[in-house]
Ligand binder design. Structure first.
Ligand code: CTP
Length: 396
């Protein structure tokens, strides 16, 4: 992704350095445009050294280059201005095109993301909100500043969001909206079943695959709810997250969220059993070794399959260690799913915790597609491509 990073004058300019890095980590080629005031906060050299390109900031340079702002804007797949000062917001909203940054934004045909960041009263000022509204009307993405301590020491809204959030906003802006208008529910992570106040039964799921699926659905324009067991991941950008602990809580949250869903993806590693009795006090080791009686948890996918509407696409996951295809197909049929994504723990690069996955997608008509080892976010994209094709009836 070819990205222009515009930096304006504000304390948050230091965070733009991290954003540049995160964009590069995700494969972007980044060129930086700075206003003169931005250079009072972070040196031009930092951005040119890290981006590997000269910083563009002199609109009137007589260096023989033809309309550098037009060339840069035509080159870009995305433009992100972070931080975007009140001054630059006003210039963009009113068409005051007197510097390299505004000229580049105005020349762009690609998605534009603006991250306003300023002090409390400046952000509260009606003029700032009017300008943001105007810019939304132009089709730009405005990422709201966060609330917290500001450079002035005041507490309130105005902080530029963290680079990770802005990175997601850029991805969302450039992703075609292939799930627009659809309501998607994804489940992710393990469930945790208490045994006593200290111990629990659970599994090794980290939620990475389910979170990648929810993030990708939101990027593609779906109204996305993620029902998540306990994991160490932040909520993906643009996703409504419902946090649960036990299988029964996940059952309640998922069935409720799925009532009007077009696609439900059951990626969670739900504990099949829970202790029949949860002790109220800690089990002591000097007591006789306990025999833990277990009772079955509800099978969420099975219940969703029983009540499935014909317009809903139900996608299950199957984690297997042997006789994988046969077992996954039997789950698909038994639970009335449309598609099942098979993970085999025998595949190198598949399974819990890692950043990659290897899966085979099976459909209820007998179709089968193996996706080669790739990052979980890449696998998520491919799974969504298959779900979309399946819904159109074009999946072979
Ligand atoms: N699943 C579910 N509720 C459960 C157990 C599983 O919704 N109580 C869902 C999972 O989210 C997954 C699919 O069913 O989409 C298959 O889960 P998996 O753990 O592979 O299989 P199980 O059905 O639990 O069967 P087994 O443990 O015997 O392999």
């Amino acid at each position: 992704m070819k990205t222009v990073l515009g930096v304006t004058g504000g304390v948050a300019a230091y965070k733009a350095v991290y954003l540049l890095r995160r964009l590069q980590d995700n494969g972007a080629d980044v060129r930086v445009v700075m206003t003169e005031s931005a250079k009072k906060f972070v040196g031009e050299l930092t951005f040119s050294a890290l981006s590997g390109h000269a910083v563009f900031s002199e609109l009137w340079a007589a260096n023989g280059e033809r309309s550098a702002h037009v060339q840069l804007a035509n080159w870009a797949d995305a433009v992100v201005v972070a931080p975007c000062s009140a001054n630059t917001l006003a210039k963009l909203a009113t068409g005051l095109c007197d510097n390299a940054l505004v000229a580049t934004v105005f020349s762009a045909h690609c998605p534009v993301v603006l991250a306003p960041a300023m002090d409390l009263e400046m952000y509260r000022h009606p003029s700032t909100h009017r300008n943001m509204e105007i810019l939304r009307g132009y089709g730009y993405t405005l990422v709201e500043p966060e609330t917290g301590y500001l450079a002035s020491g005041l507490l309130g809204q105005g902080r530029m969001p963290e680079p990770e959030t802005l990175l997601e906003a850029v991805f969302a802006a450039v992703t075609p909206k292939s799930l627009a208008g659809l309501r998607v529910v994804v489940t992710a992570g393990p469930t945790v079943e208490a045994l006593d106040p200290v111990r629990f039964l659970s599994n090794h799921s980290t939620g990475k695959m389910g979170y990648a699926l929810a993030a990708e659905a939101a990027r593609r324009g779906a109204r996305t709810t993620l029902v998540s067991g306990p994991v160490q991941l932040p909520a993906p950008y643009g996703v409504e997250r419902l946090c649960v602990t036990t299988a029964r809580q996940m059952f309640d949250a998922t069935t409720k969220a799925s009532v009007d869903a077009d696609v439900v993806v059951k990626c969670a590693a739900v504990a099949d059993f829970r202790p029949a009795n949860v002790r109220t006090t800690k089990i002591k080791k000097n007591d006789a070794p306990p025999v833990i009686e277990l009772v079955p948890n509800p099978d969420i996918l099975l219940e969703l399959g029983k009540n499935k509407k014909t317009s809903t696409t139900l996608v299950g996951f199957a984690l297997e260690t042997d006789d994988e295809i046969t077992r996954a197909l039997s789950k698909l049929r038994q639970k009335n799913a449309d598609l099942v994504v098979l993970n085999s723990l025998r595949d190198e690069g598949a399974g819990f915790g890692g950043d990659s996955n290897v899966v085979t997608i099976l459909d209820k008509h007998g179709g089968q597609k193996r996706l080669a080892k790739a990052s979980k976010s890449e696998i998520a994209k491919q799974i969504w491509n298959h779900i979309i094709e399946y819904r159109k009836g074009t999946w072979a």
